[in-house]
Design a protein around this ligand. Structure first.
Ligand SMILES: Nc1ncnc2c1ncn2[C@@H]1O[C@H](COP(=O)(O)OP(=O)(O)O)[C@@H](O)[C@H]1O
Ligand SMILES: [Mg+2]
Length: 186
């Protein structure tokens, strides 16, 4: 079983969006997955309650760990609650303030495998594009700013359940992230 934390001390950077779409990438690759919503705001549970997700979300860490291929943890934004699992997906925005915050928080998870995801990148903005490409060249994963991410979650779904403009590209962003996690060589 692979355990993956979607964690960042910052709020609103995409932890829940990434956790749910990553879970869908796992599910549609034919593997089993469970999302544990560790945020008291319970946004992932709210999406699940729409009853359209093909996988389950539970409202906290289960007492008995089910036998699944992937166990995902959607964290609350906090530096007090540090993931114990080995792999952390750390979403951030392509901004200097996020980069500074992430560099500071990196120390808290030094021994872990941390995959930085530059999320909601707007490639039309020059500064954002330059920073995203720099971080990409340093090994970060890029996820673009797409309305399909907002729209699908509002419908209680993931981009894997959509068939409109941009959904295929969005799915590929998560398939690539899953392939990278499975390859396990960073
Ligand atoms: N790649 C993206 N493109 C467009 N909007 C996004 C993207 N990722 C997240 N969002 C939006 O940003 C907001 C915050 O995302 P969320 O996943 O709730 O962050 P967190 O869980 O870190 O607080 C939400 O409104 C979400 O729809
Ligand atoms: Mg969240």
């Amino acid at each position: 079983m692979r355990r993956i934390a979607f964690w960042s001390p910052k709020g609103g950077v995409g932890k829940t969006t990434l956790a749910l779409n990553f879970a869908a990438a796992v599910y549609y690759s034919g593997k089993s997955v469970l999302v544990c919503d560790l945020d008291p705001q319970q946004s992932a549970v709210d999406v699940f309650n729409e009853k359209r997700l093909p996988f389950s979300v539970v409202p906290n860490q289960p007492q008995v760990i089910p036998n699944v291929d992937f166990l995902l943890f959607d964290y609350a934004p906090s530096i007090k609650d540090i993931p114990t699992v080995e792999t952390i997906i750390l979403p951030m925005r392509a901004s200097i303030l996020d980069l500074k915050a992430v560099n500071r928080s990196h120390r808290l998870v030094r021994e872990k495998r941390v995959i930085r995801c530059i999320n909601a990148v707007d490639t039309r903005r020059h500064d954002e594009r330059v920073m995203a490409m720099k971080l990409y060249s340093e090994g970060a994963h890029l996820i673009k700013d797409r309305s399909i991410y907002v729209r699908s979650l509002a419908l209680g779904e993931t981009v894997f359940q959509q068939n409109m403009y941009g959904s295929r590209d969005a799915q590929n962003e998560f398939k690539r992230l899953l392939a990278r996690v499975e390859a396990g060589n960073d």
